[in-house]
Design a protein around this ligand. Structure first.
Ligand SMILES: Cc1cc2nc3c(=O)[nH]c(=O)nc-3n(C[C@H](O)[C@H](O)[C@H](O)COP(=O)(O)O)c2cc1C
Length: 168
């Protein structure tokens, strides 16, 4: 059978990488912890989250080396990964800010071991850092799940082509 050959449209630069990867629709999570020193909640928004293993229960996400919040999150024994719902765009935007009190205006409840479970999230996953693998300008964090639950059946916050949406 005859077939043609695909010609790449342009160089593999950062803009093209983002543009093409943006065609992969993802959910958005808030990765949170209570800072051991200050007792204050902090977190980052992330769309690089994935489930990894059932036995043992492991999940993973990628964090940029430039993150100023990650060193403070990883200093905590327990992280909470909150799967955000469609109405939680404001939570996502707040946690994506650099600096300031990221949790200002965000209501939360303690997970079983005290990590911040954000009110209104679709689900929460309590975990601890198991492994970190440096990969280019990010670190792949593998985390062990200790407890998890669903909160409600609302629609997920979806990130696609650099914009937010939902699933009907
Ligand atoms: C939708 C969305 C997804 C993001 N995903 C990631 C991610 O997977 N990994 C990451 O390191 N940063 C991600 N970010 C950026 C972080 O949320 C945050 O902006 C970054 O950590 C800078 O803040 P910091 O210096 O307080 O860490 C994402 C931001 C948004 C809005």
């Amino acid at each position: 059978m005859a077939h043609g050959a695909i010609t790449p449209a342009a160089d593999l630069d950062g803009a093209r990488f983002r543009q093409v990867m943006g065609r992969f629709a993802t959910g958005v999570v808030a990765i949170t912890a209570v800072e051991p020193g200050t007792g204050r909640p902090t977190g980052i928004a992330a769309n690089s989250f994935t489930s990894v293993s059932l036995d043992p229960p492991l999940v993973a996400f990628c964090v940029a080396h430039t993150s100023t919040t990650w060193p403070r999150l990883r200093a905590s024994d327990r992280l909470c990964i909150n799967i955000l719902g469609e109405p939680q765009l404001d939570v996502c935007r707040r946690l994506a800010l650099k600096g300031g009190d990221k949790f200002d205006g965000i209501d939360w409840t303690e997970s079983p071991s005290g990590a911040p479970a954000i009110d209104g999230a679709l689900a929460w996953i309590e975990c601890s850092v198991e492994q970190e693998h440096v990969a280019g300008d990010h670190v792949i964090v593998v985390a062990r799940v200790h407890a998890l639950d669903e909160n409600h059946d609302g629609r997920p916050l979806v990130f696609y082509r650099g914009a937010y949406g939902g699933i009907a």
